[in-house]
Design a protein around this ligand. Sequence first.
Ligand code: AMP
Length: 227
Amino acid sequence: MVVRQLLRAVIMGPPGSGKGTVSSRIVKHFALKHLSSGDLLRDNLQRRTEVGVIAKTYIDQGQLIPDDIMTRLMLNELKNLHRYHWLLDGFPRTVPQAEALDETCQIDTVINLDVPFETIKHRLTARWIHPGSGRVYNLEFNPPKDVGLDDITREPLVQRDDDKPETVTKRLKAYEAQTKPVLDYYRNKGVLESFSGTETNKIWPMVHAFLQTKLPEVSQEEAAPHR
Ligand code: AMP
């Protein structure tokens, strides 16, 4: 396959949709740069850059960074990647961000992970802890022997506020309200590709097959860490 153009892609999906896993698999299989707005912000926070200091106040309150700051940060970073295929993650989160991005380049494809609300809720509320010891259980991967009880002390398990169904529902609703206009924006442009399913291991092969038509693959020998 001859790849003529550099791919300009975006990946979207709510928390708990498996976006992190799918993104890391994409990076492992294909030769492209992955740019995550959250990672970039955290890096700026750590280095205490001007943007980092401003961003902290918003992140600490669970708010979005203002569009102009966020857009400047991302577009500046993208300048360094102009010779590569790239995949944006976490950006754009609003229509003004998407519009600003459009002014500098044309997005070819938006990979949208479409996982049912109930599945995500199930995943995100699966964590239970034993407050006394800090032991962590996950109802899917390492459930306690008896529902709701610590294996060793037999004391009751609790959920962190963040993991409680009502908090998770709120978070997912907020994500949906915020992101829907962006999804609609890309749907109208005809570049939205949705991948639906309840398991990351079933969604991944579809994403992989789709990207094979657009990107060169890294040989898995090359991708493997050197011994
Ligand atoms: P994330 O790791 O993607 O959840 O990002 C962590 C935090 O960074 C978010 O809660 C926002 O406060 C901020 N953030 C990340 N991406 C953006 C964006 N595109 N626009 C505004 N704020 C963002």
